[in-house]
Design a protein around this ligand. Structure first.
Ligand code: NAD
Ligand code: GLY
Length: 364
């Protein structure tokens, strides 16, 4: 087992990464028991994940009074109705301030559990047991918690750090192929924004990544968590450098939005968005020509989309990214790369250069 620390003063916590941590209840118990203050625990999960990994978690907690809150599977249920049902559940089961919530699942379960933990009795402990690659390398780390509002994703939430994150790379074997690839988009992003050598290693090992080689995955998850932990430690509540984690996301969110939520997985939209961001970086002469193509080859090789089936309207895309509001608040910012391994936020650029990049991208 390897451990990465998220250094946040009194809120510092470990990310434990090791094979079989979610199938060996004794190992898991040794990690969870020291974190639990009282006698009550609530496991939050969904049916899909509970069927696969629930029993190990219940066995690990056999000395506690365990209640299991099983939510419906899917982004559509990361909402205020499920939040309300979770609060009713904890009240009816008479959980008190010493309870510990255990999030067993992907980012949907983790974000909802975290927000419940942040607000139940003004904040209780929670632990993340992420089971998707996206959750292991991104959403379980850093303390962003949220539910969706009908008018916008993640619009209701707070920062609430977990007590620990426990990651078992072997659980990725059961993940559907699209979900697995979507997580790889965030992994590649870390190489692009923070570690060129890591990107080179990923490029060289795409076949092993596609085989879900568990030794390689352990290393890749660790490096991804280290990069995220370092950024979060510098800027916990995103007033500065944490925004770099959004490389490709401004374009990606617009694609998700225009295509209709649910068509793209988030990581798939981020994959296409990263190509757009790299091409924009080239257009601004920050990135050497040919690097966007290099990134595209890497993302293609791990089965991620890098182009659109049918072009979108440039004006709709600009509107969706907030360009139409730019004059009003002057706030439109993009994360660009000035060479793989580094990134920066820019808020001053010519609209023409952005339009040119989008037009050329949509023309293929
Ligand atoms: P998800 O939680 O919906 O999981 C994807 C699917 O995989 C689900 O059907 C789930 O039941 C299933 N699944 C999970 N683990 C499995 C396993 N080991 N084997 C088989 N099936 C498994 O999706 P996700 O991509 O993990 O998370 C997406 C969410 O994360 C979004 O709501 C997004 O907003 C959020 N997010 C949050 C942050 C953050 O910093 N908090 C960052 C990125 C994304
Ligand atoms: N996923 C971006 C962040 O945690 O800040």
């Amino acid at each position: 087992m390897q451990t990465v620390s998220v250094n946040l003063g009194a809120r510092t916590y470990p990310i434990h990464i090791g094979e079989s941590l979610l199938t060996d209840s004794a190992q898991l118990s040794a990690l969870l028991v020291p974190l639990i203050q009282g006698r009550q625990v609530a496991v939050f999960t969904n049916d899909t994940v509970a069927r696969l990994y629930g029993q190990t978690v219940y066995d690990a907690l056999k000395d506690y009074a365990v209640d299991v809150f099983t939510m419906a599977d899917g982004e559509a249920f990361k909402n205020l109705d499920t939040y309300r049902a979770a609060m009713d559940f904890l009240m009816e089961k008479r959980h008190n301030r010493t309870t510990c919530l255990i999030a067993l699942g992907g980012g949907v379960v983790g974000d909802l559990t975290g927000f419940v933990a942040a607000t139940f009795q003004r904040g209780v402990d929670f632990v993340q047991l992420p089971t998707t690659l996206l959750a292991q390398v991104d959403s379980s780390v850093g303390g962003k918690t949220a539910v969706n509002h009908p008018l916008g994703k993640n619009m209701i939430g707070s920062f609430h750090q977990p007590k620990a994150v426990v990651i078992d790379p072997l659980v990725l074997k059961s993940l559907p192929a699209r979900e697995y690839a979507a997580g790889l988009a965030e992994v590649v992003k870390y190489g692009v924004i923070a570690d060129h050598n890591f990107l080179v290693r990923l490029e060289a090992q795409t076949q092993a990544l596609n085989r879900r080689d568990s030794t390689l995955l352990g290393e890749v998850i660790k490096r991804s968590c280290e990069i995220k932990a370092e950024i979060v430690a510098k800027d916990e509540v995103e007033t500065g450098v944490r925004a770099l984690l959004n490389f490709g996301h401004t374009f990606g969110h617009a694609l998700e939005n225009l295509s209709g939520y649910g068509v793209w997985l988030h990581g798939e939209a981020v994959s296409v968005g990263m190509i757009m961001a790299a091409r924009f970086s080239e257009e601004l002469k920050l990135l050497e020509n040919g690097q966007a193509e290099r990134l595209q080859k890497c993302l293609d090789a791990v089965n991620l989309p890098t182009a659109l089936d049918s072009p979108l309207s440039v004006d709709e895309m600009l509107g969706s990214m907030g360009m139409d509001k730019k004059a009003a608040d002057g706030q439109l910012r993009f994360v660009v790369t000035s060479g793989f391994g580094q990134a920066e936020v820019i808020d001053s650029f010519s609209d023409q250069s952005l339009k040119r990049v989008l037009t050329e991208f949509f023309q293929g």
